[in-house]
Every structure is written in C-alpha cells, then in structure tokens.
Design a protein around this ligand. Structure first.
Ligand SMILES: [Zn+2]
Ligand SMILES: [Zn+2]
Length: 141
C-alpha cells in the first residue's frame, strides 16, 4: 500500500512520519488525478485541520526528492503532484480530467539516450518526461 511504503521510505531516509506528513500522504494515496499543493492542503485539512501550506509544500518536495511523488510542470508555470509507486516510471496525464496514470519506464529510453550521449559527450544521469494527452474517457466526449 502506498502510504505504508512511503512511511518506510521516509524512516529509512531519517525523516519522521509526523501527522501532517501522514495527512499529505493519505491525500496523495486517495487521488487518481494530479493535485496542486493548494488542493492537497484543502483535502489534508479534513484529516489534520491545523496543517499549513508551507508544510504541504515542504512535504510534497520531500516526497518528490525521495521518489514517492512526481512533480508535474505545466506551461503556465504551475506545478502539480501525483503519487509515485513504481521504481523507474513515467506518468501519462490527461489534460482534460487531470487523470494521472503511472506506468513502468523499464529500459525505455536507452535507444534514445545512448546516441545523444555519443553525439554530445554528455553523461546523461536522469530524464524527466511529461506526457500529456486525452484519456480514453475524455476522447469519447
Ligand atoms: Zn481524461
Ligand atoms: Zn524513463
């Protein structure tokens, strides 16, 4: 289960599993779409009423650093977050309903990255891919 796994990741990295953090993690667990920090705050306050926005931002950033959440960037500069449960993975984001579907990355990009390294001399250590589109439901509307 996402919350239990995330608690373990936090503890192993030397972080405490506090009630505010638990509230944020529970909100991520229950969402099937990506969420803005403000939305996380509103929902998490149902669980932990004295929660503040700064704590939400810090917790989301921490979860992203630890690989338990993915930060999603948009052209208008806003950011969203979605839980991340698989190791190396990517998310498909529906731009209409905001549904976020995670799927494993596997060795997906080797064929793309290797030639780029050869051509540029870079050692590529990580990549961030954002795939936006329409989910099956939204295509029918
Ligand atoms: Zn959709
Ligand atoms: Zn990948």
């Amino acid at each position: 289960m996402y919350s239990e796994t995330t608690y373990q990741v936090l503890r192993q990295a030397g972080h405490r599993v506090t009630r505010p953090r638990k509230a944020v993690i529970q909100v991520l667990q229950e969402a099937r779409d990506w969420l803005r920090p403000e939305t996380v705050l509103t929902r998490a306050r149902d669980i932990y009423p004295s929660l503040g926005l700064v704590t939400v931002y810090r917790t989301l950033a921490l979860l992203a650093d630890l690989g338990c959440a993915r930060r999603i960037h948009f052209e208008d500069g806003c950011q969203g977050y979605v839980r991340r449960e698989l190791g190396h993975s990517h998310h498909l984001i529906c731009r209409a309903c905001r549904e976020a579907v995670e799927f494993p990355g596997l060795e997906d990009l080797d064929q793309l990255i290797k030639p780029i390294e050869t051509r540029t001399g870079f050692v590529i250590e990580e990549h961030m891919i954002e795939m936006l589109g329409l989910c099956p439901n939204c295509q029918q509307q």
